[in-house]
Design a protein around this ligand. Structure first.
Ligand SMILES: [Zn+2]
Length: 286
């Protein structure tokens, strides 16, 4: 799932490549992806791209006249920039990975795609970004929050730090992958309880958040949009690395189920060498 660094990089790529270009047309191939009816997609035609930015994990493409295309890429969504499209014929609604296509006046443009059969990508055409339900509920940006704000937000929600850190209403931008990386860098158990963290642990967690996200943004900004996913994988130390050695201490990275997914961690770095109990698994064994 694209998180803060990837969405930031996509916005950066659009700022370089699309800003200043005028929209030829916006085509909708997956009708269910567009969550708004008014303004109509035809309202985008003829407008220049003014800016591209990010709200948490939402991408925001601003067109002149204060019209925003706000997109949540969900688990398997992505943005593909095309220097040219193979055909000028409009997309036909139906099956396939392309949800939306924006054609620009120089023949280039971008597709918003979603792999797999679960279609969760959500796009909104709005004049006020706060009208997007997910955006209105976002907490402060995880990369922008200073230590007092960060600590206040995390302590406001009592729970396992892994879950609180990925709750977009607490802090926005961090998902499953980067929360594993942040907790590993902070040497904290993913199951540590937020309101029991000491001030020193909170300061370490804040520094780790900025470091991990900042490094990932830096790595991905230099990449072409098409290469961003691979770059994300190469920068990870524990996430999606079950069974591989921890690059810090050499212990084996382990996995435990969490919420509707799983998390990865290093026992030596994070839990005093003790593997975390997999509740789902122990329930089955019992
Ligand atoms: Zn380790």
């Amino acid at each position: 799932m694209p998180e803060l660094p990837e969405v930031e990089a996509l916005a950066g790529y659009l700022r370089q490549r699309a800003v200043g270009r005028r929209v030829d047309r916006l085509e909708i191939a997956a009708i269910s992806a567009l969550k708004t009816y008014e303004p109509a997609p035809t309202a985008v035609a003829g407008r220049a791209v003014v800016d591209a930015s990010r709200h948490g994990k939402f991408l925001d493409v601003l067109f002149e006249g204060d019209l925003h295309l706000v997109v949540h890429l969900a688990r398997a969504g992505w943005l593909h920039y095309r220097e040219a499209f193979p055909a000028t014929t409009p997309l036909r609604p139906g099956k396939g990975p392309i949800a939306l296509r924006v054609r620009l006046d120089d023949g280039s443009g971008f597709d918003l795609t979603e792999a797999g059969t679960q279609k969760k990508l959500a796009a909104y055409l709005v004049t006020d970004v706060a009208a997007v339900p997910g955006v209105a509920k976002l907490g402060p940006d995880a990369l922008a929050a200073d230590l007092p704000a960060f600590a206040e937000r995390l302590r406001s929600r009592r729970g396992q730090v892994k879950g609180v850190l990925t709750d977009q209403s607490v802090l926005s931008g961090v998902g499953n992958a980067y929360s594993d990386e942040i907790l590993h860098a902070a040497k904290l158990s993913p199951f540590a309880i937020t309101d029991r963290l000491t001030d020193a642990q909170m300061a370490t967690l804040h520094a780790a958040t900025r470091q991990v996200l900042g490094d990932a943004v830096e790595r991905s900004l230099g990449q072409r949009a098409a290469e961003l996913k691979g770059e994300k994988r190469s920068g990870l130390k524990v996430h999606a690395r079950t069974g591989l050695p921890c690059p810090v201490c050499g212990d084996t990275v382990r996995e435990v189920s969490f919420a509707d997914s799983s998390l990865q961690y290093c026992p030596t770095c994070q839990t005093g060498g003790k593997p975390l109990a997999d509740r789902r698994l122990s329930r089955l064994v019992r």
